[in-house]
Design a protein around this ligand. Structure first.
Ligand code: P6P
Length: 343
């Protein structure tokens, strides 16, 4: 029989996964579904950016000391306003907001914590390069307590109950995982249908890639081990498939998503460019941890150069970390260089 050409919706997929947990109350399903609505709203604005006055910067500087883009503010507001009233969260944390975001007293609280980067890659918004929303979900550790302490939020990445991202590019795609062997799945938004439909089932990243992604403009700010690592990927050696191809968009979600599907390694090493950011530019809680959960569930690996990202004990909500993420064998090799086991 002719297929309708319309795959399983994300809503049905989440419900199918929920059915595997008899004790599930539907809270997580409700949370994810509302986040998907927020992403659809953001996608619509991103895709019409340029037609309306939503491009450009607001003139403000955010907690990361970066120019705040109007779409950043919009995306941040959409997620907070949509998620705060559903009764599934005890708090939120946003890359755009210095402190924890409490749930207003007029709304019911739940037992989940949502951390997110509302629009990563925002410096690329007005040049039409793919950007994305990254999300990380934890269960609170002190259920029932009225006050949410930062300690409940600062959990190791290994404790995430779900993680994923939306990439707003030539199409809008959602990639997520709930871990525990449930796999990594991608869904493409069909604007005419208004639904995310399963398009990339059970994504597995190649064990070894042929792509390296890094901003080589920082070469003179790296230490010797980092330079040796990047020089390794550029050196000629037929046996190990080198030199690798260099691909760097400058939008984490775009670089990560390409490497997830094709194989390869993305690197944002520590650099001496900004003394205030000795541990690199990317954030542990809203960028490295969620993407590390996705890549490891897809058979890859994510390291800070010394060990697994998912095992890093967070100390601050916005702490930064060096990030080496992608194909398992490539990231393990990076770890050998950065930790000094190999030169
Ligand atoms: P650089 C975008 O601003 C971002 O946070 C990530 O999306 C991206 O991977 C990185 O910064 C790019 O940084 O220093 O290479 O421009």
């Amino acid at each position: 029989m002719q297929k309708s050409g319309v795959g399983i919706t994300i809503t049905q997929h989440i419900l199918n996964q929920q059915r595997q947990y008899p004790e599930a109350t539907g809270a997580f399903t409700n949370l994810l579904n509302e986040l998907i609505v927020a992403a659809k709203v953001i996608s619509r604005e991103v895709n019409k950016a340029g037609l309306v006055d939503i491009l450009g910067s607001t003139g403000e500087i955010n907690i990361q000391e970066e120019q705040v883009q109007k779409l950043d503010v919009f995306a941040n507001r959409v997620i907070i306003e949509r998620m705060q009233h559903i009764g599934e969260l005890c708090c939120m944390g946003s890359e755009e907001v210095a402190d924890l975001i409490n749930i207003p007293s007029q709304y019911p609280k739940g037992n989940y914590i949502l951390l997110f980067d509302p629009l990563d890659g925002s410096s690329n918004i007005d040049v039409n390069v793919s950007i994305g929303t990254i999300f990380s979900i934890y269960r609170r550790t002190n259920e029932g307590s009225d006050e949410v302490l930062l300690d409940e939020v600062l959990q190791r990445g290994i404790k995430q109950v779900a993680a994923g991202y939306f990439i707003y590019g030539s199409s809008t795609i959602m990639v997520y995982t709930t871990g525990n062997g449930t796999g990594v799945h991608g869904f493409t938004l069909y604007p005419s249908v208004g639904e995310f439909l399963l398009s990339h089932e059970n994504i597995k990243i190649p064990e070894k890639g042929k792509i390296y992604s890094v901003n080589e403009g920082n070469y003179n700010y790296w230490d010797e081990k980092t330079r040796a690592l990047v020089d390794y990927f550029k050196a000629k050696d037929k046996e190990t498939g080198r030199p690798y191809t260099s691909r760097y968009v400058g939008s984490l979600v775009a670089d990560f998503h390409r490497n997830l599907l094709k194989g390869g390694i993305f690197m944002y090493p520590a650099d001496l460019k900004d003394p205030k950011k000795p541990h690199g530019k990317l954030r542990l809680m809203v960028e490295a941890n969620p993407l590390a959960m996705v890549v490891q569930e897809a058979g890859g690996y994510a390291s800070d150069g010394q060990g697994p990202i998912l095992e890093v004990e967070p100390k601050e909500l916005h702490q930064r970390t060096p990030l080496f993420i992608g194909s398992k064998r490539d990231v393990e090799l990076a770890e050998e260089f950065i930790s000094g086991k190999r030169s």
